[in-house]
Write a protein of this length. Structure first.
Length: 469
């Protein structure tokens, strides 16, 4: 299926970037591999479009609502293409399209509030809010549309323009989304660019960009922050996670097993805020391993376009190799695979859903982010030990506590060092809530009104009191 060119390509025709179907491992389409020297023209156009876009809040609201309608209408084109390049089951791709439209509507309804400063002085002072200018949005391959909209919807609602760069592994659905949105938005308000590095690095460091918002790995996030520092652009970073699930000794294992399994394995484990390690009381450890292993052994794994598939492939060959290294290293260190532990035979980037037990606590499969269908389950002797282990990495994105006593679970949740904590569920977010990490998991806040204000700057206006006649 050919994809329209959503971004403006200046001058020559760009070389091509091949796109691989992870279910087959074969190239199935291509997209322009745009070059860094094309960015000057793209960003200049975004800056000129900003002048009109920021000046008309009513037009922004109407445009974002029209964009949401257009995304919904294009769902039957967007979702299959997303599954083809990303690998996730088709139902999950449709859900991602729906979330994209919902986020556009949510931010269309938000507006910054002017605030009067009451400080006892006779001067009348107000805090107003102004947009920043062109925003660079750099998006990974696990949720291409959903994470793109998490960046461009609040930026556009705030009156900024956006230059959006998807991962070179998943550019097609994003370019199609750009073409869909172009029908509802003024020209150059949102531009999609595609290409290999150093395109992203050049975008982050471009002097015409006033805010860089990035989702991806910790090392790349550091590089993005360093690149943006040259122009003193604002930076929002949503980086890696190694979320811990702490099971209390009163947990009903069978009751929570399904929720716990899918909190770890949705999107083939390729979720920044997925459960990536489980801490279970020693007396329940074997039961937890057995319950999760049963689900790992029986879940339907296959191409995302095949009806009945629940888990698709890993998105790309380098990530598949990385997951395999994690597992092989853990097994060599004494871990045991209660389920999986190997690639699946046949074409594509498939790895068997894996439950690991007897894992050394210091093994990288525990201390680092696997970002794949692998879950270590570790026993603990007392709750203090479990909380210390849960907090014992450089990550701090999310975490969860599971048990039947909600007050005890809540008290334990308060001790976890992370941006979001859930009780008896995991990785569920409302459009209205803030999303942020601590430690190496991020910088800045996305989501809800916080996401809107993160794309604005305060503008203070002082007026003298009216003179008496």
């Amino acid at each position: 299926m050919p994809t329209p060119h959503a971004g403006r390509v200046s001058g020559r025709r760009a070389p091509c970037l091949a796109v691989i179907d992870p279910a087959s491992g074969e190239i199935f389409d291509e997209t322009p591999d745009q070059q860094p020297d094309e960015l000057d023209d793209v960003i200049d156009r975004a800056r000129h479009a900003w002048t009109g876009w920021r000046a008309d809040p009513a037009a922004r609201t109407a445009g974002l609502n029209a964009a949401a309608d257009a995304v919904e209408a294009a769902g039957d084109d967007l979702a299959p293409l997303l599954t083809r390049e990303q690998g996730k089951p088709l139902a999950e791709s449709y859900a991602e399209v729906a979330r994209t439209a919902a986020r556009l509507r949510y931010f269309a309804a938000l507006a910054p509030r002017t605030r009067r400063i009451a400080d006892g002085r006779p001067v009348h002072s107000e805090i107003r809010w102004q947009s920043l200018g062109p925003v660079a949005a750099i998006v990974p391959w696990n949720f291409p549309l959903q994470l793109a909209s998490a960046k461009f919807a609040p930026a556009l609602a705030a009156g900024n323009t956006v230059v959006l760069k998807p991962s070179p592994n998943t550019p097609l659905a994003t370019r199609l989304l750009g073409a869909v949105l172009a029908k509802a938005l003024p020209e150059d308000v949102l531009t999609v660019i595609t290409g290999r590095e150093p395109l992203g690095a050049r975008l982050a460091s471009h002097p015409g960009i006033r805010h860089v918002t990035f989702t991806g790995s910790v090392p790349t996030g550091r590089a993005v922050a360093a690149a943006a520092a040259g122009s003193l652009a604002r930076v929002t970073l949503e980086l890696g996670g190694n979320d811990a699930a702490v099971l209390l000794d009163d947990v009903d294992v069978e009751r929570v097993a399904d929720r716990l399994f899918w909190a770890a394995f949705r999107n083939c484990g390729q979720v920044c805020m997925a459960v990536k390690r489980v801490y279970a009381p020693a007396r329940l450890h074997a039961a937890v391993v057995e319950a999760l292993a049963h689900r790992a052994k029986t879940v339907v794994v296959g191409p995302g376009l095949v009806p009945g598939t629940r888990l698709g492939p890993v998105n790309n060959a380098p990530q598949l190799a990385r997951i395999e290294r994690f597992v092989q290293r853990a097994l060599a260190a004494g871990a045991r695979a209660a389920a999986g532990g190997h690639r699946l035979d046949g074409p594509g980037y498939f790895f068997a859903p894996t439950i690991l037990t007897d894992v050394p606590p210091e093994d990288p499969v525990v201390t680092e982010e696997q970002f794949g269908p692998v879950l270590p389950v570790l026993p603990y002797r007392n709750l203090d030990e479990a909380v210390e282990a849960a907090n014992g990495t450089g990550f701090g994105l999310g975490g969860s506590v599971w048990g039947t006593d909600p007050d005890r679970a809540a008290a334990t949740a308060d001790r976890l060092e992370c941006g979001t904590v859930w009780i008896n569920h995991h990785a569920e977010l409302s459009l209205a809530q803030p999303f942020a990490g601590v430690k190496e998991s991020g910088l800045g806040v996305a989501g809800g009104p916080w996401g809107l204000y993160g794309n604005l700057r305060p503008f203070v206006v002082h007026r003298p009191p009216e003179e008496e006649g």
